[in-house]
Design a protein around this ligand. Structure first.
Ligand code: FAD
Ligand code: MLT
Ligand code: ZN
Length: 475
């Protein structure tokens, strides 16, 4: 599958032998997995578009065990694929050939939580949703949230520098991650697990690993700043007559909701069709060309409700919005969020998905979707646009019954050139992984690419960590 769609040659790493398995068994007794069913699931990505053929998966519990495993693999020249919840969107989380899968699934312990500062220190394999529940019980929230929360690991989130649904409010993991513990390719443990808000002692090394997609080191523990849990949360789900109104609603909303605005998401009518058709969700508002989901988070319910009502009145009066509904109770809030969060799931039921995750200037962001619909015509089943509009992030997705080479050729490099032409980014939040690594040059100059290659060579001279990912193959 992988070979046909993505031609790539195996690099001269060693092939895991019986003696290697025995050595791993000594390091992590009973946690060396060779069961074909478990491996089948770990060899294929969430989108089911890339598949490797690894024959061994390791489940360490501690950083020391990870260090021991990597020291051994480095010595033996064995390639390693770090894996968290395997929800990545760019084929970075699964092997390309027979790389050893190093799973963080059993590294799921909270190490400490400080109830005044809100600093959480935990192992990399903690599931995001479980961490959310843990900190919410203590009056805080995780600074990030995404549709994959039920399976993704915090280590995977940091490794991909995941953006998600709270980015507008709490910003990037580059700001909220306070420290990391990372095991380097040769087994060296780099303990930068600081819990300090301010620390300007030398280069900020942790930043290198945030978004490095398992190519520079294995993240084993994370220290992260959690904000206080907002006392009042409101969600408004609105219908807009056009994309110009989606943009104007955003401006109005920033002006009128100000500091309580915590999410501004959008989806088009085709997305709504997909979630209704494939997931049987019902739309709470009249059919519209576009929908926006606005969330407010504040500390006083009456104050927030008053602000939200003022905003809604103005938006309806001026025709920016044609219909809408508001939720404050948990059940309805979740149901409204599901319409937006579950689009990727609905798409995966629709057929083969060509997924693009772009940063673009907001005023031209949707032009690409319209443009592609005309360009692709009946070649595509659906061409949809949704995303984190408040962050200038468009998720452009195209579906077809099955993988089609000619459709892919119509999409690439067209989408990347269009994006580069608008000075956008070819990966806003999903990373490059295996599928997008050759598109890096559309968004970064040659000098930046060279420096990235040099950093990779410095930190992983044998190239054993997540080979074939993130950086284009060297000429
Ligand atoms: P995996 O998929 O297992 O791995 C992802 C990458 O990180 C791989 O390259 C892997 O090698 C590396 N990696 C994993 N763990 C480690 C580690 N401990 N050390 C070093 N490298 C590691 N992303 C967004 O940014 N925003 C969203 O809103 C969003 N929504 C999503 C919704 C759904 C339904 C799904 C399926 C995915 C979504 N994603 C989103 C994609 C996103 O990248 C992941 O969900 C998440 O951050 C990956 O975490 P994971 O534990 O599943 O990592
Ligand atoms: C989202 O925002 O829903 C995610 O990034 C997943 C996707 O793009 O499909
Ligand atoms: Zn997203």
């Amino acid at each position: 599958l992988t070979q046909e769609r993505y031609p790539v040659k195996r690099l001269p790493f060693s092939t895991p032998s019986e003696a290697d398995l025995a050595a791993f068994e000594r390091i992590i007794p009973g946690r060396v997995v060779t069961d074909t069913e478990v491996l089948a699931a770990s060899n294929v990505d969430w989108l089911r578009t890339v598949r490797g053929c690894s024959r061994v998966l390791l489940r360490p519990r501690t950083s020391e065990e990870v260090a021991h495993i990597l020291r051994y693999c480095h010595e033996r020249n064995l390639a390693v694929n770090p894996q968290g919840g395997n929800t990545g969107m760019v084929g970075g989380s699964v092997p390309v050939f027979d790389e050893i899968i190093l799973s963080t699934a059993l590294m799921n312990q909270v190490i400490s939580f400080h109830s005044v500062s809100g600093t959480l220190v935990c192992q990399a394999g903690c599931i995001l949703e479980e961490l959310s529940q843990y900190v919410e019980a203590r009056g805080f929230v995780m600074p990030l949230d995404l549709g994959a929360k039920g399976s993704c690991h915090i280590g995977g989130n940091v490794a991909t520098n995941a953006g998600g649904l709270r980015f507008l409010r709490y910003g990037s993991l580059h700001g909220t991650v306070l420290g990391l513990e990372v095991v380097l390719a040769d087994g060296t443990v780099l303990n930068c697990l600081s819990a300090l808000r301010k620390d300007n002692t030398g280069y900020d090394l942790k930043q290198l690993f945030i978004g490095s997609e398992g190519t520079l080191g294995v993240i084993t523990a994370v220290s992260i700043q959690c904000p206080p849990k907002p006392r009042a949360v409101n969600v408004a789900f609105l219908g807009c007559p056009g994309f110009a109104e989606v943009l104007q609603t955003f401006s109005t909303c920033k002006g009128l909701l100000g500091e309580i605005l915590s999410a501004y998401e959008f989806m088009d009518a085709e997305c709504m069709w997909l979630v209704r058709h494939h997931l049987h969700l019902t739309s709470p508002v009249q059919e519209s060309p576009f929908y926006v989901l606005i969330e407010t988070s504040g500390s006083r319910a009456e104050h927030d409700a008053e602000k939200l009502n003022d905003f809604l009145e103005q938006a309806l009066r001026s025709g920016l919005v044609t219909d809408g509904t508001v939720a404050t109770d948990q059940m309805k809030l979740k149901a409204l969020w599901a319409l937006r969060e579950r689009i990727s799931e609905a798409l995966s039921w629709d057929g083969y998905v060509y997924k693009y995750d772009l940063s673009l200037p907001t005023d031209t962001l949707y032009d690409l979707v319209t443009d592609l619909r005309a360009r692709l015509g009946s070649q595509a089943k659906h061409v949809v646009g949704y995303g984190h509009l408040g962050d200038g992030n468009l998720h452009l997705n195209v579906t077809s019954e099955a993988f089609s080479r000619s459709l892919l050729d119509a999409l690439e490099p067209y989408v990347y050139e269009w994006t580069a032409g608008h000075r956008g980014s070819v990966s806003a939040e999903h990373g490059l992984g295996f599928k997008k690594k050759d598109a890096l040059h559309y968004s970064k100059p040659p000098a930046a690419l060279r420096l990235m290659q040099q950093l990779k060579a410095l930190l992983d001279p044998k190239g054993i960590l997540n080979p074939y990912k993130t950086l284009p193959a060297q000429a």
